[in-house]
Design a protein around this ligand. Sequence first.
Ligand SMILES: [Zn+2]
Length: 175
Amino acid sequence: MWEHQLSQLKRDNITIPLPTNIDGWEDDMKKWPKITYSCIFSYFLNSVASDGEAMNNLKSSEAYQYLHSNKVGPVLLKEVVGHNLIYLKADVEPSQSLKVPHHRAWVLVSASGEIQTAGCTCIAGKGRSCSHAAAILWKVNVDWSGSFNPLGPLKKKKLPLVSLGTTTSCGKRRL
Ligand SMILES: [Zn+2]
């Protein structure tokens, strides 16, 4: 479990700066890690212990709404050199057209697509899982599953069901 500190993330002997303290982000879809549905599911499931709202954030149509109404800005990427970790971040437009700043959400994933931790400037983001961080993950996931078409409007689709027989690096559930 990553410990969120004021300006850095810490786990065991590793400390890395928070995305707010990092420059040199890349806008390159080709470098996106392959984040599968089971990786997303397993992260939010494991977050339930610390945040009862986690699964609601994941399953909420809100996260999907952000995606389908193009409220998720460009997903920027930054490799954390030497740690096999990748930050993904995006600005997400608030769901209501209130005059509030965009939410700045981010996720930290391993190069193999395992979700490490997440954060956001919204209130729920302090719990490491909010619908904005989920929206980033869905955006990357949809691209890999081949149904994301950046040139046209996204068609509504149902959330995929968890396929129980598949084994991935994210199958380890700590429940
Ligand atoms: Zn958020």
